[in-house]
Design a protein around this ligand. Sequence first.
Ligand code: DGT
Ligand code: CA
Ligand code: CA
Ligand code: ZN
Length: 577
Amino acid sequence: MPRLTNQQTAKLFADIGDLLEIKGENRFKVLAYRNAADHIENLSFDLYDYWESGGDLRKIEGIGQAISEKIDEKFKTGKLGFWDKLAAEIPPALVEVLAIPDVGPKMAKAMWEELGLTTLAEVKAAAQEGKLQKLPRMGAKSEARILASIEAVERRETGRVHLGVAWPLAMRVLAALKDLPQVIQIEPAGSLRRMRETVGDLDFVTSTEQPQPIMAVFKTLPEVEEVIAAGETKTSVRFRNGMQADLRCVSPSQWGPALNYFTGNKNHNVKIRELAQKKGYSLNEYALTRTSDGEPLFFADEVELYKFFGLPYIPPYLREDRGEIEAAFQGKLPAGLEVGDIKGEVHCHSTWSDGQHSIEEMARAALAKGYQYLAITDHSQSLGVAGGLNADRLAQQRREIDEVQTRVPNIRLWQGSEVEVRADGTLDFPDEVLAQLDYVVASVHTGLRQDRDTLTRRALAAIRNPYVKQLAHPTGRLLPRREGGDFDMEALIQAAAETGAFLEINAAPERLDLPDTYVRRAIELGVKLIINCDAHHVEDFNNLRFGVATACRGWASAENVVNTRPLDEFVAAWKKA
Ligand code: DGT
Ligand code: CA
Ligand code: CA
Ligand code: ZN
């Protein structure tokens, strides 16, 4: 019999308590199960050990005759007849529904009996479709609250990290492995290779004739806390930061299909496999095989593989099953852009507000990146926590920027400001002050919990202000957990299209905001996008790759991103309608 941990045993009885409660059982019975669960969870010894060595379960606080018999049955047989009977009456998944704050047993029961909902996912979908509010004692407000609670639970349980965590870790692993003599090819695959904004686990694929020495190094990397699984060709580890990683070794002849398979995403893979089937082949993670005679075809790389299907190479960042295969067939894939296409940035901070470096240091760092222009956009006065500048300080800062410009002549410096959009929708500086600035970025940092109408009105006021050239990090989300504000994004994107205001793709890995899906919509409507690192430190300029990837994932090409333009053309693009 598999041994149960105290936690597993406790959960069993807690779940029984929940189901009995939904069923409408006597309160004391419900409490007895919960009480037993609490005690078991907090035991200072292992319950299974105690039972196995013949200990009397009834001597344990919270456990009486009835529950001790159930523990005995469960430990002995691995099953519990009482649970099976209960689970046949009431869907056990209702336990997760009951775990939503604001949902009591009566509500869970009503959701199940009247709407047929048994899982968190079903309840979420019903809430999104406005079905929950039709239940008795439920209204639009409680429905919205339940939806918010479910989303919070999901976020807590996502177990995902943003690229700022995943990327450097993956690069360290890669650096440790790529020069091993046994490694022929190695790539990070999975969501990291697609540059998805959050990553669940890391996946590496390597081609080699000798997996073992590579696995050995992988397992003993200093970052590794635990080896979860070690097979002939696959090893899984957990790093000290909690992230997991899989390393798969394939033979060089399998490289193309293997890298493609483990890059995903899953739905993209499914579509590619369907193409293979239509041609009379079967595709799996190792090979493309002719169905008629089992003859495998070899592909040196992914380019060859896509070519076999009559497709151009589809870059990993597009492989999300968002129409990329259809577009590829029609020759309509976006051209994408690269880090080197970006010619300057217009959103960064210095020690004048919450940045870590002087204006000169920022200017020199930008110049070292090959930039032609940089706007220093320290925070405005009302953002006290970030040391926002008032009009007097702005005037002083202007003098310093002018001085730095003479010392660093090879990059065009501008004085900008990241101006708060206040809770009432007005900007933090009057027009006279805004008029003196070279470049105005508007941001909604505070009050992100306001309702949709209020929030949207604030952002629209900023977009339409004649001095504002750019709306920064438009949704306000913070990865991996905090959702952005409840803006009407379609309205924002349309307003940007009408006025010519730039929408930012903030490259900070905890933002990547605009998110890729909105990037795509913005491009459809002809919005001018701009990618900025929002650097608070010279190192932050290295985040540009994340912003560029987000643009690419949103099907952008260089022409959609205004700061791919050289200085004069960029300035010409400033004009608003
Ligand atoms: P993650 O780790 O949640 O951020 O997302 P991925 O995309 O890295 O997913 P992961 O690590 O579960 O698997 C890596 C890749 O392997 C995935 O993108 C596609 C492929 N893959 C995994 N499971 C399946 C599957 O059941 N079917 C197919 N066709 N491909 C799969
Ligand atoms: Ca993964
Ligand atoms: Ca994986
Ligand atoms: Zn900023």
